[in-house]
Design a binder for this molecule. Structure first.
Ligand code: AMP
Length: 396
């Protein structure tokens, strides 16, 4: 029982082949520079065999064909026949309000996704192109769309609405959608298992290059920090997160940006990269701070402060909390960010144990007496997609 997970961008395609009998990764790979000159596929199998193929991929169809060739290669692949793949799970950015959970892909699903391209113009075209190509090269293998947004579909209206006229929301569907849903779902489920309580009140902090927080109760998302797009919420690697909308037009005019450039600026030139002036990577910022760089220190403090504010507001939303959970590249690896976020949160019964926090791989990083569990739970978005795909296609 093998499931292929596809995560396609506009010019890249990440894939993993997962054996669902034990949820182990058989191989993983990446196609880069699709539609550009200088295309490249790299692949690694579970037993360390590596493939590098340098070949142009004019479209996602050639990329998919190359992926199949690499997986089927006698020496460096791991499949004898395409028929060994029971199902394919595609990561799709946006469900709009059309889907509230993952869905088996048919022509109608593709039509709806095409209609929703305007909600995710950078990602949706690549997602759709890849689904279509995959159907062409793989024929009748069942395929599932797993959306970044649907875990958040349970948010109540008072949480997902913006303070704009109701008819504008209705007509244009301008509202909070939330993203990173596969990660929030996976981590909240894993946390529920670890706590032995799937109904626990949790605040899940997914902190990576892109970051978001969700408030989860009874396994359902109650609120999340990303919004209409992934720009809202936390201060991220290169994204500003929350900013007064009136400052955006002011900033645009002062910097002489074209209207279509300003969102790109807030996505790509801001966040801790813009504040520090030299890096979006927490490892670089931590090293620089330790050498006395004040802007790196400020960037880290601002990032952690914004997380703390959201954690506090979500504890209020949930009416208390059983577990505060860190995940993602920063959440799993930066003891500094975790300690800055959790500093002085004793008031709500959450007390971090700094010794445990410093130990890599420790799950519980709260003190013995802490009423609230503080946890580090690694995310696994590909496995989350594979599980959804298995469930929907009922692959045995
Ligand atoms: P992600 O987007 O979840 O893959 O997270 C990537 C980010 O995690 C990087 O840009 C770093 O800022 C951060 N990161 C990864 N490893 C470490 C580490 N060992 N210590 C601190 N931050 C890390």
């Amino acid at each position: 029982m093998k499931i292929l997970v596809i995560n396609a961008g506009s010019s890249s395609l990440k894939y993993q082949l997962i054996d669902m009998t034990n949820e182990s990764v058989i191989l993983k790979g990446l196609c880069e520079r699709i539609t550009f000159a200088g295309g490249k596929l790299t692949q690694k199998t579970f037993d360390g065999r590596e493939t590098v193929i340098e070949k142009d991929m004019p479209s996602h169809k050639e990329a998919m064909q190359l992926v199949l060739d690499a997986m089927l290669d006698e020496k460096s692949g791991a499949l004898k026949s395409i028929d060994e793949i029971s199902a394919v799970g595609h990561r799709v950015l946006h469900s709009a309000e059309d889907f509230h959970s993952s869905v088996v892909i048919d022509d109608e699903v593709i039509r709806i996704c095409e209609r929703n391209v305007e909600l995710g113009p950078l990602h949706m075209p690549g997602n759709i192109a890849c689904i279509k190509s995959c159907r062409e090269v793989m024929g009748d293998v069942p395929m599932v769309a797993v959306f970044d947004t649907t875990f958040h579909a349970t948010m109540p209206q008072k949480a997902f609405m913006y303070g704009i006229p109701y008819e504008v929301y209705e007509e244009h569907k301008i509202r909070k959608y939330g993203f990173h849903g596969t990660s929030h779902k996976f981590v909240s489920e894993e946390t529920g298992k670890l706590l032995g309580n799937k109904n626990a009140k949790m605040v899940i902090c997914h902190l990576g290059n892109g970051s978001s927080i969700s408030a989860v109760k009874d396994g359902k998302c109650q609120d999340t920090s990303m919004g209409f797009t992934p720009l809202e919420g936390l201060i991220m690697g290169t994204r500003s997160g929350d900013i007064d909308p009136a400052a955006v037009e002011f900033l645009r005019a002062k910097l002489g940006l074209a209207p279509e450039e300003v969102v790109n600026y807030l996505n790509k030139k801001c966040g801790v990269m813009g504040i520090s002036g030299f890096s979006s990577d927490i490892r670089d910022l931590t090293a620089a701070m330790n050498e006395g760089n004040e802007k790196a220190k400020l960037a880290l403090e601002m990032l952690a402060y914004r997380v703390k504010k959201y954690v506090g507001s979500y504890i209020a939303v949930l009416g208390g909390v059983d577990a505060i959970v860190f995940t993602g590249g920063i959440g799993e690896n930066s003891s500094l960010v975790r300690s800055l976020v959790m500093e002085g949160m004793d008031y709500c019964g959450a007390v971090i144990d700094l010794d445990k926090n410093a130990v890599r791989g420790e799950t519980y990083i709260n003190t013995k007496d802490s009423k609230v569990k503080i946890m580090v739970v690694p995310t696994n978005e590909e496995l989350s997609i594979a599980r959804e795909t298995k469930e929907l296609t009922q692959v045995k």
